[in-house]
Design a binder for this molecule. Sequence first.
Ligand SMILES: C[S@@+](CC[C@H](N)C(=O)[O-])C[C@H]1O[C@@H](n2cnc3c(N)ncnc32)[C@H](O)[C@@H]1O
Length: 397
Amino acid sequence: MKVKIIKLDDFGRGIAYLNDKICFIENTLPNEEVEIKITRETKKFLEAEVINYLKKSPKRNEDICPYFSTCGGCNLFHLNFREENDYKKVKVKNLIEKFSNLKKDIVKEIYFHEEKNYRNKITLHGKNKKLGLYKKGSNEIVEITECLLVNEKINTIIKELNQANIDIQEAIIKTSNDEKFSILKITGEVNDISKLKKIVDVLIINDKLISQQDTIITQIGSKKYHESADSFFQVNQTLTKNLYDAVLNKTKEIKPQKVLDLYCGTGTIGIYVSDYCQEIVGIDYSKSNIADANKNKELNNVKNIKFICDKVENRITDFKDINVVIVDPPRAGLDSKTRKNLLRINSDTIIYISCDPVTLVRDINELSIDYEVESIVLYNMFPRTHHVENVCILNKK
Ligand SMILES: C[S@@+](CC[C@H](N)C(=O)[O-])C[C@H]1O[C@@H](n2cnc3c(N)ncnc32)[C@H](O)[C@@H]1O
């Protein structure tokens, strides 16, 4: 069957129509003509894979990762990086047009950095001494010797693990942003730990700490942060500074008295802006995040920040006279109770950091009852995937 690709969907899949029925085809680009095989048919849509490329797009990137067609890690390696950035910007503009009453010109520029080797973290899965990433939508393991998204240090550790001949179920590898320090957390059967001990700074095997230290230190701008195996840390080792600088610049401009840092993770953003506000409260429900946040407060000698370990929705009503609220929720965005409570808090400014523009648009549309949306700036923190980070500034009307 021969089809022409019309456009990309929000997940980076090509869209074609077969007898007016929408068909999603991975690894295709607009205007390409391909021969396909249908792999799934439902009442509403079809899914297909390419058997043969009849006409390729000039925007196609031929320098593709060898695991691209099998591993579920990336879905935009086949598109030139420049075009990828444009695609993400257009995608957010389209979401605004489709799902909100806002104007799409609130979307400003997209910042980007390296297209490869930008990640400071990977989670590998293993079975019967095979180690790799899951095949898309399955638990089948695609064995890898390297990943083009992670930094060089992580790839060196992956090679060591492959040579170590151990039966690993899961391996989490993290490094500091300068790639000097590393963490390895393994679940599995490890008989000889001596070699692993030499290659990483923090070693945890089956939840037992083997190394002396349980955290590594990463520097972002003028601040230093403890990072542990289980706590949240932004994965893009260069662009995170630009993202945090956007929040810092707005804070410098406002010089607020009271700031709430909701979904604060290890307290990184609150601490980053702490020199320019009087008082900050950070909230996150993860115990390991808040343990690291308190260590980070000490490490940077910050006196005006306090952290609470609880769900945001349980504590958001405890505060008043807040000038700035920073929110950085997971992909699900803000729940409806939190959206309503944010309106009740009535701060002058909300800085909304989001890793999913779909939920961001839903949330800011509701907040726009009382807030003017100043801008959305995009940060391509996840090159070669369809994901994009957004910073949205909202000012009280
Ligand atoms: C995208 S991360 C933000 C981390 C942080 N701002 C940073 O830049 O490192 C989202 C955080 O929200 C936390 N979280 C998720 N749901 C939550 C909830 N309902 N209440 C409190 N924290 C939550 C997670 O533990 C995670 O640390």
